[in-house]
Every structure is written in structure tokens, then in C-alpha cells.
Design a protein around this ligand. Structure first.
Ligand code: ATP
Ligand code: MG
Length: 384
């Protein structure tokens, strides 16, 4: 980790970003980078979106951005967020805030001119780090030692912070999976508070829960976090009936593959009624779960599901049954994905028509799959 009190990188030096920061400062305001960009830059991890914190009100931010020739979009006006797109790059500019009222789901916020107040309402100390446009790090709450120790720690009292927003329970496990020290273990005070208030997650919308779970399961190794979620009773609130045991073996097997969250979700199992999956995600998850219970060969899975999902299915099955994937499985999946079923409707017509034709084609396809996609057209037709 960088320890000289500065951050840098293309994201910070981006000319559009610098122009926006200077426009805010030129109008007499504070403008600071905050959250993920500062945290990741310090850790040497890739920086995704750039969040900027300012003492200017959203109206003022919009005026300043417009005067500088940029297009401000009021994306979260209740929360004081204006998105400013500069040279194609979006920046979320949010006015310093303090919470006025919270009910565990949403907060009524008031704007503030003090960075300390803004830092106090953030979730974890490692997420309450700021940097000015020169890259000088500002640490109002002493988050740097926690970041250095890779310790995900709530800002202030963990129980109080969770009761303000129960989603923070999932964020705790998500940030631990992404940035926590795998050997140091999870923060015990935070974990105890998550366990105590796990049922509160029922009040959180399915969209917010799913967004966090998606990110958590996309981490390089979410297994220790998910195991801790199971032990603390959090997992069964969002995924009733889930079992985390196959996740660690899966992570071990899928280290060489890009992490795919649905693959991980398929081995954890559980009822997904409390999630909001997209149509494509729900379809893929159903296909994976059915593949997990089938004896289809890798080639047959490639034929049914295509390369990416079949890869997920073979890895997930290996993890669940604690057997390594069969030799040559990746080539077999590719062979299946590229195979062409050798019989066509024309081969069976005019003897068969309509429904009977469809039924026969299906049964021939099943026979072909039973030969691991090797039977020829002639062999299949001879049997009819
Ligand atoms: P990444 O975008 O890489 O996942 P991030 O830290 O930018 O990580 P976001 O969800 O984009 O995470 O949130 C941006 C910042 O806003 C966080 O770093 C944190 O300071 C604050 N924040 C977000 N959600 C909450 C919340 N539920 N409670 C308190 N603070 C939050
Ligand atoms: Mg972010």
C-alpha cells in the first residue's frame, strides 16, 4: 500500500476531472475525491468510478459545471448528488451531508459544510478517505491504519451504524471479501453487530440486496465472507436454505477463470425470492441448477448451454461433488458448443409431420447426446 500520504493515477490526472475540480475550487469551494477511488488508489487496485465530495450545494455544483461548459445531471438530488460528465467521463459530485433521520432503509440528509460530518455518515473507515486534486490524502477519522491493516471497520459504533441502514451488513461482508486481510480475519465487533441485526435486512429492497450480493460474489475469494455470513445468520435472511460449503472448493477450482457471480450463487443454493435477478440471470441460474443435478457430459453441457455457462456448470458440479472436472473438459465443452446435430426435419419428412416430427427429433437428439455427440446421421436414422 502507498504510505506517503498521496495518491495518483490516470483517474486523478484526467484533464476533464482536473478541470471540474478546479472549477469548483475557483468558485471558492472545497472539492475532494472520496470513497472507492481514494481507497483503491492507496491499495494499488484499479479505480472504477470517481466520486467527488464538496461543500457546494447541488444547485451551485450544477451552476458551476454549466458555466464550465459541462452537462450536470441531477441523478440523486435527494441525496445531493449531481453527475457531471466531462469528456465522456461521469463524475458523481455529492454535497457534504449529515444524517438527520434514519429508519434503517433510507436517510433524510441535510447538507453540511464540514468534511468531518460527511466522513461520520460513511460506512467504513477505509471508505471515509479523501484526497484533493493534487492527490494529497485527507483522513478525518483515522481510516489509514485500518486500510493498511486491511481491516473493514465501521465508522463509530457498529450497531448504531447498522440500525441506520441495514444494507451496511452486506457491505461489511462485501468489503471484507474485496479488501479485508484473509489471514487477519473479520472484525469481531462488526461481525457481532451484523449477527445481532441480521433480520433487519428484510426491510431492505431486493434491488439493493442483489446489487451488494452480486459484487460480493464477484470478489476474487468471497468464501471466508460467505462462511461468516452463514455463521452469523445473515446468509439465511437473504438466501433461505443456502449452504456455503461448496463455495471454497469452487473458488479453488475457478481461480483461473473470470469470477462469475452466478456460478458462485449456484453452488451456495438457497431460495432466491428475496433477490431481484434480471430475466437473463434467472434463466442462467435455473439452467445451472438443473445442470448441477444432471449427469450431462461436458460436451452435452456445451451443446445445451454454450461455452460460458457450461464452464460454470462443470466447475460448480466439481465443487459440489468434490471431484475434479473430467480430463479434457474445456475442449469437450467447446466441441459440444460448436457441434451440429446431424439430423434435420427434412430427413424425417414426409413420413413424420407436425407434433410427431418434433417428438422424433427430440428423441434422436437425446440418443445423440447419449453417445456424447458422436453418433452419425446414418446411425441415428437407422434406428428410426
Ligand atoms: P466500489 O464502487 O468500488 O464498489 P465504493 O467505496 O465506491 O466502492 P460505493 O457503493 O460506490 O462504494 O459508495 C461510495 C462511497 O459512499 C463509499 O465509499 C462510502 O463512503 C459511501 N457509502 C455508500 N453506501 C453507503 C451506505 N449504505 N452507508 C454509508 N456510506 C455509504
Ligand atoms: Mg463507487
Amino acid at each position: 500500500m502507498k504510505t506517503d500520504g498521496t495518491v495518483g493515477g490516470d483517474w486523478l490526472e484526467h484533464p476533464g476531472t482536473q478541470t471540474l475540480m478546479q472549477a469548483l475550487e475557483g468558485a471558492g469551494h472545497i472539492a475532494l475525491f472520496v470513497g472507492g477511488c481514494v481507497r483503491n488508489a492507496l491499495l494499488g487496485e484499479p479505480v472504477g468510478d470517481v466520486d467527488i465530495s464538496t461543500d457546494a450545494t447541488p444547485e451551485t455544483v450544477s451552476d458551476i459545471a454549466e458555466a464550465a461548459g459541462f452537462k450536470p445531471v441531477p441523478t440523486g438530488i435527494d441525496h445531493g448528488t449531481v453527475t457531471v460528465v466531462v469528456q465522456g467521463k461521469p463524475h458523481e459530485v455529492t454535497t457534504f451531508r449529515r444524517d438527520v433521520e434514519t429508519d434503517g432503509r433510507r436517510a433524510v440528509v441535510a447538507f453540511s459544510s464540514r468534511i468531518e460530518e460527511d466522513a461520520q455518515r460513511r460506512d467504513f473507515t477505509m471508505n471515509a478517505l479523501y484526497a484533493d486534486r493534487h492527490g494529497r490524502v485527507i483522513d478525518p477519522l483515522g481510516g489509514l491504519p485500518d486500510l493498511q491493516a486491511r481491516r473493514v471497520r465501521f465508522v463509530g459504533d457498529a450497531e448504531t451504524r447498522i440500525r441506520e441502514d441495514y444494507l451496511r451488513i452486506l457491505r461489511f461482508f462485501r468489503f471484507h471479501a474485496a479488501y479485508g486481510d484473509p489471514d487477519g480475519g473479520i472484525d469481531t465487533e462488526g461481525l457481532a453487530a451484523c449477527a445481532a441485526f441480521a433480520p433487519g435486512l428484510q426491510a431492505i429492497s431486493r434491488e439493493r440486496i442483489t446489487a451488494e450480493l452480486r459484487k460480493l460474489l464477484s470478489a476474487r475469494d468471497p468464501a471466508p465472507s460467505v462462511a461468516a455470513m452463514a455463521q452469523s445468520g445473515v446468509l439465511s435472511v437473504i438466501l433461505p436454505g443456502a449452504d456455503p460449503r461448496a463455495l471454497a472448493p469452487l473458488v479453488h477450482l475457478d481461480a483461473a477463470e473470470p469470477p462469475r457471480w452466478l456460478r458462485r450463487l449456484s453452488v451456495v443454493g438457497g431460495d432466491t425470492d428475496r433477490l431481484r435477478l434480471s430475466k437473463a440471470e434467472a434463466r442462467d441460474l435455473a439452467a445451472l441448477r438443473s445442470a448441477l443435478g444432471s449427469l450431462d457430459t461436458p460436451a452435452a453441457l456445451g451443446w445445451h448451454l454454450g461455452t460460458a455457462l457450461a464452464t460454470d456448470a462443470v466447475l460448480a458440479r466439481a465443487a459440489c461433488f468434490e471431484t475434479p472436472p473430467p480430463p479434457g473438459w474445456t475442449a469437450e465443452i467447446r466441441r459440444g458448443a460448436q457441434a451440429r446435430f446431424p439430423v434435420t426435419a427434412a430427413d424425417l419428412m414426409p413420413d413424420l409431420q407436425g407434433e410427431a416430427l418434433g417428438t422424433r427429433l427430440k428423441s434422436l437428439e437425446a440418443q445423440w447426446l447419449a453417445t456424447n455427440l458422436t453418433a452419425t446421421r446414418e446411425a441415428l436414422l437407422k434406428g428410426t
